[in-house]
Structures are given as structure tokens and as C-alpha cells.
Design a protein around this ligand. Structure first.
Ligand SMILES: [Zn+2]
Ligand SMILES: [Zn+2]
Length: 256
């Protein structure tokens, strides 16, 4: 069975990826418009901070998409003690040995190490080697959405204030147009931020116990799932995300 290439994964998810990118560009443009049309005294600082957050969001997105989530060759990174009594399995699709914590993804047509889930929003599986980029994506997606919503809310409130002072004079057309776009942006931005916050909370609490979404689901369904918890959240997070100083940087790090 052939592994699905990056190009095919991109094309298969082109619809979702395009919607996501258009939305991001829309929110960013509207936020920059809001900063420019009625600049407050911190507007240069907001411009810089928003650009940094948006850039980190873009880089983590590219990293989650392009990074191999990990396969059988990376199994030693999991550091699971030898368990000779566990029966060796073989993947019925790939026809290769399937050690513990490997799961076959039918979309990517490959066995993934510490498989968490297949994410259609990024067109890739989330496994051991791209989990840290996925968590960073959630963090920077949340920050981008919340920041853009706040910038646009500030703009909406300022326009309302200015109109109250000006009375019934006809508003400038561009200002009126930007006002409605920003008002929609505020609602969408906060709604996305709320969804991402919930996802981030779940994912971080799973990682802190070293359990995957799939294992969590299996456990709920009554299956006997082995425990991989190292007894401390920080130890689990370090094993999955690397050294603490790199937790928020979408750079390649060697897992301990
Ligand atoms: Zn497989
Ligand atoms: Zn997949």
C-alpha cells in the first residue's frame, strides 16, 4: 500500500485548507484595517505583536502539515519498557510489524506512532513527532482569533463613540463598511477562540497524562488501555514536547 504524498494530502484537503486560509487572511486584514483607521497610541505595538502571533500561527500550521507524525522506525522514542508478554501484531494494510501505540490511518494509508487522530483541518495525522506543532497551532490559533476579535471590538467601540459625538452627520463610507466587517469579525473571532480553547484544554490534559484521543475513546468504550503516565505532568509533557524552553517555538527539537 502506498503512503499518501504531501501533494495528494494537500489536494485532498484543498477545500478545507482554502476556507481556513481565507478566513485567517480576512480576520488579519480586518484587524489591520481596524488598527489603521482609528489608530490609538499603541497601534504600532499592536501591529507588531499581531504580526508575530499570526506568523507563528502560519509556521506551526505548515509544521503540522509537513512533519511526518512518526512511524515504526521512531518507536524507540516512546521508551516503552520491554513487554515480552504482549503479542506482536502486524498491520493488515501495511503488512509491517505494528508495535504498541501504533495505529493505521485509513486516510493517510500509513501506520502512525502514538496516533492521536487524523485532523482534516491540517490534512495530516497527529502523532508523536508533530504533536508539539499541533499544540502550538492551537495556542497561536487561539491567540490570533482572540487578538483579532479584541482589535476589531476596540475599533467598533471607537466608531460608535465617534458617531455619538458627531451626531447625525453621514459617516464616511469606508468607515461604515469597516464597521460592519469588524462587527462580524468580533463574533467569529471570539467563537473560534472559544472552540480552540476547549480543544487546547483537552489536548494539554491528555498530553499531561500521556494518553491519546484514541486511547481516551477506547477507555470510554470499556477497552483495557495500558497506562503510559510517568507519574508527573511535567515529565509527560517534556517527553512529548521536548525541553520547556522550546514548547512555544515551532522549531524542530530532539525528543528526550
Ligand atoms: Zn498500517
Ligand atoms: Zn491520517
Amino acid at each position: 500500500m502506498t503512503v499518501v504524498s504531501r501533494k495528494t494530502r494537500f489536494l485532498n484537503n484543498a477545500g478545507v485548507i482554502t476556507v481556513l486560509l481565507l478566513f485567517c487572511v480576512g480576520q488579519a486584514t480586518s484587524s489591520f484595517l481596524a488598527i489603521h483607521l482609528l489608530p490609538n497610541k499603541f497601534y504600532q505595538l499592536h501591529q507588531l505583536l499581531f504580526s508575530i502571533v499570526f506568523l507563528l500561527f502560519g509556521v506551526s500550521y505548515a509544521r503540522v502539515f509537513a512533519t511526518n507524525p512518526g512511524g515504526a522506525d521512531d518507536w524507540h522514542l516512546l521508551r516503552i519498557p520491554d513487554t515480552p508478554d504482549i503479542e506482536q501484531r502486524e498491520c493488515e494494510h501495511c503488512r509491517v510489524e505494528k508495535p504498541e501505540r501504533m495505529h493505521h490511518c485509513r486516510v493517510c494509508r500509513v501506520c502512525v506512532l502514538r496516533y492521536d487522530h487524523h485532523c482534516p483541518w491540517v490534512g495530516n495525522c497527529i502523532g508523536l513527532l508533530n504533536l508539539r506543532y499541533f499544540l502550538q497551532l492551537l495556542v497561536y490559533g487561539l491567540l490570533t482569533a482572540a487578538y483579532s476579535a479584541l482589535l476589531q471590538l476596540d475599533f467598533v467601540l471607537r466608531v460608535m463613540e465617534a458617531r455619538a459625538v458627531r451626531g447625525k452627520n453621514p459617516p464616511v463610507l469606508i468607515e461604515l463598511f469597516a464597521f460592519y466587517i469588524a462587527a462580524i469579525g468580533v463574533i467569529i473571532g471570539f467563537a473560534i477562540a472559544a472552540v480552540l480553547l476547549r480543544l487546547l484544554y483537552d489536548q494539554v490534559s491528555y498530553a499531561a497524562r500521556d494518553i491519546t484521543t484514541l486511547e481516551k475513546v477506547k477507555k470510554h468504550a470499556g477497552y483495557n488501555v495500558p497506562v503510559y503516565d510517568r507519574g508527573s505532568s511535567i515529565r509527560n509533557l517534556r517527553a512529548l514536547l521536548g525541553p520547556v524552553v522550546f514548547w512555544f517555538l515551532p522549531l524542530h527539537v530532539q525528543l528526550p
